[in-house]
Design a protein around this ligand. Structure first.
Ligand code: TYC
Length: 104
């Protein structure tokens, strides 16, 4: 049996709602450790999170003192890519630097 007009209308409405839903945002949180150098963390904040040098330094010191800090808010894909980029770069340089993401 075919769909009723009402069912067709509902399925179009559901489709449109999904398509134009605003994407969820995620906080990327940088974590402190005892081994990564301060210079490397500032480099990461400048080059991966696009922070100016003064803000990168301030954020790095925040993480160093408080244990963690939000370093950016992004859609899921971008947040995941930033985190993977940080982890790859840290591994290449022999540092244990880590970050995580959390729904805003
Ligand atoms: N705690 C590190 C040190 O004393 C510096 C550091 C800052 C490491 C921020 C990680 O996310 C970090 N060398």
């Amino acid at each position: 049996m075919g769909k009723t007009w009402r069912e067709i209308k509902e399925s179009i409405e559901t489709h449109v709602k999904e398509k134009y839903k605003t994407p969820s945002l995620y906080k990327v949180i940088l974590l402190n450790d005892d081994y990564t150098t301060m210079d490397f963390v500032v480099y990461v904040l400048r080059h991966i999170f696009n922070k100016p040098t003064d803000e990168a330094t301030r954020l790095m010191l925040n993480v160093h003192r408080q244990g963690a800090a939000v370093c950016g808010i992004y859609t899921k894909d971008i947040a995941e890519t930033k985190i993977a980029t940080v982890h790859d770069l840290a591994i290449q340089h022999g540092y244990p630097l880590k970050c995580t993401m959390e729904l805003e």
